[in-house]
Every structure is written in C-alpha cells, then in structure tokens.
Design a protein around this ligand. Structure first.
Ligand SMILES: Cc1ncc(COP(=O)(O)O)c(C=O)c1O
Length: 400
C-alpha cells in the first residue's frame, strides 16, 4: 500500500493507478481510456516538430470550450496550476483568506497557500458531501477574499447559494470542477455558471491529458490574464521576451493537448461508459447491508469520477481494504479530510473541527471505477466486498 516501501512518497492520486498487483487478475482503482484517435493526434504533433506553443493547444482548447459551453478555455499543466492562477487572477495574496471544503483533494486548499493566502475550511453537507453554504457564510471574516467551491465526486455543489453569498460579501469564486467534467447543475453544465472553473486531467479523471488542467471562462479579460500568467507573465503584445508581471510556466505541451483533443472528441461516450458502470454498481449493491450508495440530487446530474460508498460506522475500513487487496481488488479511503493532513495539522488544525467531513471521511471507500470496467469485474468486486463485510468481526463491530 502507499504508506510503505517504495510507494511511500507517491501522491494519493498517483497511487490510485498503481495500487495492488496480484498477478493476472488484479483490478486497479482507475484506468485511462485512450485509443487510436489519441495516438494519431500525438503522432501528428510529433511529426510536426512543434511540441509546445503550436496549433494543437488552441485546437484542444476550442474543442473543450465548445463542449462545456464557454467562450474560452485556457489549458494549463495541472488542475492545481489552474486553481493557483485563478486565485492569483482574482487578486488573492498575502493577508487574504480563501474558504474551501475540507472534504476534497488537497489542491483545493493548497492553491490558497500557493497564492500566499491562508485557508479557511467550512464543513460539508452530509448528503452531497459538498460545502454547506450556511457554514461557508459563517466562516467569512473581513480578510476573506475568495471561495473555492468544489464539485466533489462529480456532484455539483449549490453554486447558486454560493454565488449569492459571494455577491453579498464581495468575494471572488474559483470553482474546482476537477472531478466534475460533464456534471449538470439545474440544467447547466459545471463550468458555465459565471465564475472561472478549473478541470483536471490526471489519468483517473473522466478524460485525461496525462497531466494537465484547464480553466473555462466567458470573461475576455480573465482569459487574457490567464494566458499571460501561465506563460511566464509575457506581455499582451506577445513579444517573446517581454514580461510585464510575475508569471509561471504552467503551459500544457502539445503532446498532452493532442491526447486531450482525442478525448474531447470521444467525451460523450467516455462519460456514458462511466455512467453505465456506476448504474451497474448501484444495481449490484442495491440490497447490500452495511453499505450506503452515492447520493442522488433531483434535478442535478453527477458526472461519475469515482464510485465511493459509505461503510456503516464502526466497520473496520482498513481491514476491508486489506482483505479486498488480498483478493486482488484495489480500494482506497477516499477522501482523507484535508484539515487532518500533516501539512494542515502543523498549521493548527485538529480532529473535531469539521465533524460532518470527518464522519464521512472515516467511512468512505472508493471501489475500482473506470469506463472500461467489465460487468464480470464489477460482479466480482461486489461479491468479494459483500463476502469481506460478512466475515466477523467486520460487520459485527459495526453493529456493536
Ligand atoms: C477536487 C480536486 N481538485 C484539484 C485537483 C488537482 O488536479 P491535478 O492533480 O491535475 O493538479 C484534483 C485532482 O486530483 C481534484 O480531485
């Protein structure tokens, strides 16, 4: 597992792909779906000799923006880079506070630190696992400058309530849609609700570019600034060596963009395959004892990033993970609460601060999930999970 030996320093997302290798029959947590079209486009870039700042980047960005339904999309080197630039563009800096959810991947909080600001967390809704707007508003102080709402596990957050709060208090919003490409909130796709939104393309995501991310916006000025900030702060004139602000090298190379273009062309079917897999899990687990299935919010559409169940309180989750691993099935506690990570404990955070997040985080278990997962694999996973849960003392301790 990721806490021992050679994998100790792997990031959680990386170990998502590398966990568990029982010869011949292991089922990983995640797997990208790339095919001949992506190969063809990557070859096109290689043969062109233009590996960065060529035409493939804009082709990918245009296709992505058209698919999501925004005027612009600016590709960057990772979702984390996108969040960082979004906050920098919003003017967030030292002395400011940024509010986000403690139930997310660590980047949702770290981006504030990258910008030199402080992070404030607000607890989550127990059903959707997204930030609770009332808790968010209660966490606002005179130093609050921005909100990073996360659409966790691909389920849209209450962006209308959050937008109203931001307007009342004069705060910027940078939406973290890393896990929510294709999700629909009350008839509108995530990314089209008016604030810059980032998506991420690590290979466990709904679509991949290898590493990579993108920022969508309808705002010409935001778009122009992001183009400069990702490209070493180059001046609007485009002059190659004229830098008029502090920027970064957060560019996406053309090989990654080629993979991304191929993925966008196939995005509808990539998403449909994940939806079908999630629905199969829902059916297979419908009567399972000790397992709570992902929430459904009427009127909203989840984009399936992970398939995460909640085990009954008291079930020994680590034992479940260990026994599944013995059977060649990867699973993971997902997500760990950000405020309880060593980095944030060292900044003063403790257990008990965000009880809903901590309760969900202690019980959440991600099962293998990807578009190409087979019916046989899913049936085997569910069979093994139920067998593992039925063995005393795992469920017995939950009932005690
Ligand atoms: C909610 C969330 N935010 C941000 C990120 C960061 O994206 P990246 O890994 O591309 O930096 C991720 C990806 O793991 C994520 O799940």
């Amino acid at each position: 597992m990721s806490s021992t030996g050679g994998t100790r320093y792997l990031t959680p997302t990386l170990s998502f792909l590398s966990d568990v290798s029982v010869a011949g029959e292991s089922i990983p947590l995640a797997q990208p779906d790339v095919g001949p079209r992506e190969e063809e486009l990557v070859l096109e870039v290689l043969r062109s000799g233009i590996l960065s700042l060529g035409p493939m980047g804009p082709r990918f960005e245009r296709a992505f923006a058209d698919w999501v339904g925004t005027k612009h999309a600016a590709a960057v080197s990772s979702g984390t880079a996108g969040l960082h630039l979004g906050l920098v563009r919003a003017g967030v800096g030292p002395g400011d506070e940024v509010i986000t959810s403690p139930f997310s991947f660590i980047s949702s909080a770290n981006c504030a630190l990258h910008a030199g600001a402080d992070v404030t967390f607000a607890d989550i809704d127990p059903v959707t696992f997204n930030i609770d707007p009332a808790a968010l508003e209660a966490a606002i102080t005179p130093r609050t400058k921005a909100i990073v709402p996360v659409h966790i596990f691909g389920l849209p957050c209450d962006i209308e309530a959050i937008t109203a709060i931001a307007a009342r208090h004069g705060l910027a919003i940078i939406e973290d849609g890393a896990e929510a490409l294709g999700a629909v909130r009350q008839g509108r796709r995530v990314g089209t609700h008016g604030s810059p939104t980032i998506f991420a393309f690590y290979p466990n995501k709904q679509m991949t570019t290898g590493e990579g991310g993108i920022i969508t916006t309808d705002d010409d000025a935001v778009y122009e600034d992001i183009l400069s900030l990702r490209n070493q702060g180059r001046a609007d004139s485009g002059a190659w060596l004229e830098h008029d602000r502090l920027g970064w090298n957060y560019r996406m190379d053309d090989l990654s963009a080629a993979v991304g273009l191929g993925q966008v062309e196939r995005l509808d079917s990539l998403l449909a395959a994940r939806t079908a897999a999630a629905e199969r899990y829902n059916a297979l687990l419908a009567d399972a004892e000790g397992v709570q299935l992902p929430a459904v919010v009427p009127g909203d559409t989840r984009s399936w990033f992970v398939y995460t169940v909640l085990l009954d309180a008291g079930v020994d989750r680590n034992a479940v993970i260990g026994r599944l691993a013995e059977r060649g099935i990867a699973s993971k506690p997902y997500l760990p609460a950000i405020h309880l990570q060593p980095l944030y404990r060292a900044r003063g955070h403790r257990e008990g601060e965000f009880p809903i997040c901590e309760g969900v985080s202690a019980r959440a278990l991600a099962l293998p999930f990807f578009g190409k997962i087979t019916v046989d694999q899913q049936e085997r996973i569910v069979r093994e999970l139920l067998a593992v849960l039925a063995v005393p003392p795992l469920l017995a301790s939950a009932r005690a």
